[in-house]
Design a protein around this ligand. Structure first.
Ligand code: UN1
Length: 511
């Protein structure tokens, strides 16, 4: 059982030990739904990160000597614990990050799916047998762990995303230094306890609780070989550009989106409304795959608008632990302010506001939750213009633009692609030609047809293009970011024969 919540100060996990670390500052995990303190944590310093990196560095040699299958055994322990504690951990997720309970539990399910994928993959081939141009040569692609992997994870999937990063990094033979999001340290604590319970060797897994300064100390350190980051575009870009300047170091960053759904004149409007509501308001719009733009054909615009607005006016905001809740609170007061600014920006840019539940009525806020970070849907229509900031900047909240278009799917996709981001999107249509046009031309990493643009499964690549990512999505592709490839060629003959017709003759001066 976890020694989390309550008055006790929770610690870092470094080199197989729980430790207060070097600093004296502490911070609290606060419930977004009530404002109450859930637990207290020590705040990591550069010295703590230094100790964690030293431990991770030291542990690499022994860890990489284990077989894939032996490394995966530690993850299987965690897999079972995640499953056994599904309800309990789902509730912790909902309490700490405010997602309603089905989402809290889905976060834990997504975590064990990723652990299952990574640990199961230990028994699958990890390289290629490659034909050589020369008959007597054997050629292979082999993989080696990169070494120390620094993981920086966001609050909105506080159990799933840490495992996207760490399950794969560890099974592939790397050691890890992880900083959980400062908003969800309790989830971080429980995950660290699971690694401790699983008996993972000292130094292989390390967790430092803290803020951006601790994260920067991880990403800046030369002992880190790969940085895995999921979070905001601002921080991701900073990490990617800094790390890009350091030879031999790699950053795999997954960032946000300004995701769009196209609803064509051939759409089934039941599917359209359902998909759009899910994509806009699940997780209170705080998924990197949430949709903030609905691009709707003029022929179906009025009917879609009426049906969508009716639900957005009424969708249940409330206590995340109640099953009847659709939207929980926003993560923190600063984020409520950010959402307010985005709503105001849309109004300044000429939005016609259709739903404004930013300030919820007293009767909409559950009893005893008056200090929560409550926000409701904000829906507006605006004439598409490429210069509008409200159509380009990610709000990360329940803030949605309706854009009416005329013409064909080509016109809709042009509007769809007119953002600096490229993470997720959907097309709603009964016409396969329109669907396939979207599939082939939408500039995104996660594309859906007749579905919401949220809810990707873990064994698919997850990542975006343009400002949304730099090309190492989770699951199979994340292996590229945490391993080195070796081209291994071996001669079976006593003669040396070269590829490309290169002469292997050594000629002497008097030949
Ligand atoms: C995120 O939005 O930050 O596809 C991650 C999904 C989830 C992951 C979302 N599997 O909605």
């Amino acid at each position: 059982m976890s020694h989390q919540s309550g008055t006790q100060l929770n610690q870092h996990y470094i080199d197989g030990e729980w430790t207060d670390g070097d600093g004296s500052d502490t911070f609290a995990s606060e419930s977004p739904a009530t404002g109450e303190t859930l637990a207290e944590f020590t705040r990591g310093t550069e010295a703590d990160v230094d100790a964690a990196l030293a431990a991770a560095d030291e542990a690499t040699e022994e860890w990489r000597e284990l077989s894939y299958i032996d490394r995966a055994e530690y993850l299987w322990e965690i897999y079972h614990e995640l499953r056994d504690r599904h309800q309990e951990l789902g509730e912790v997720v909902s309490k700490e990050c405010g997602k309603e309970i089905s989402e809290g539990k889905a976060d834990v399910t997504e975590a064990w799916h990723m652990v299952e994928w990574a640990a199961g993959n230990a028994r699958h081939p990890h390289g290629d047998v490659v034909p050589s141009e020369v008959g007597d040569k054997d050629a292979y692609m082999r993989r080696k762990p990169r070494g120390v992997v620094g993981c920086i994870t966001p609050w909105n999937f506080p159990v799933a995303i840490p495992f996207w990063h760490m399950a794969i990094a560890l099974v592939e033979g790397n050691t890890v230094v992880w900083k959980p999001a400062e908003q969800t340290p309790w989830c971080g604590q429980i995950i660290a306890e699971m690694f401790d319970d699983a008996g993972i060797p000292d130094g292989v897994f390390n967790m430092v609780q803290g803020f951006g300064d601790a994260g920067a100390a991880i990403t800046d350190d030369e002992r880190v070989d790969t940085v895995l980051f999921t979070g905001s575009a601002e921080v991701g870009q900073e990490i990617a550009s800094k790390v890009g300047g350091e030879p031999g170091k790699l950053a795999a960053c997954e960032m946000g989106g300004k995701n769009g759904i196209i609803i064509t004149e051939e759409a089934d409007l039941d599917i359209a409304v359902h998909s759009a509501i899910m994509s806009s308001f699940k997780t209170t719009g705080q998924r990197c795959v949430s949709s903030e733009r609905l691009i709707v054909h003029t022929d179906v615009y009025d009917e879609f608008k009426e049906r969508y607005v009716e639900i957005a006016e009424d969708v249940a905001v409330g206590d995340p632990l109640e099953e009847s809740t659709f939207m929980g609170p926003a993560i923190e007061p600063e984020h409520v302010e950010k959402i307010r600014k985005h709503n105001e920006l849309a109004e300044q840019e000429g939005a016609n506001v259709l739903v404004d539940r930013f300030e919820l009525g007293e009767d909409e806020i559950p009893d005893g939750h008056e200090d929560g970070n409550w926000v409701g849907p904000f829906v507006y229509e605006i004439e598409y213009d490429t210069d509008l900031r409200c159509l380009k900047e990610e709000c990360f909240g329940p803030h949605v633009a309706l854009l009416e278009y005329e013409g064909d799917i080509e016109d809709a996709v042009e509007i769809h692609n007119d953002t600096p981001y490229g993470l997720a999107g959907a097309v709603i249509s009964e016409d396969y030609r329109q669907i396939n046009y979207f599939r082939d031309h939408a500039e995104i990493g996660l594309a859906y047809a007749n579905l919401p643009c949220i809810g990707a499964e873990v064994h698919l690549p997850f990542g975006g293009v343009k400002k949304s990512g730099n090309g190492y999505p989770s699951a199979r592709e994340a292996i590229e970011a945490v391993t080195e490839r070796t081209a291994w060629t071996m001669n079976n003959s006593k003669d040396i024969q070269m590829a490309q017709g290169l002469s292997a003759d050594i000629t002497m001066q008097d030949d």
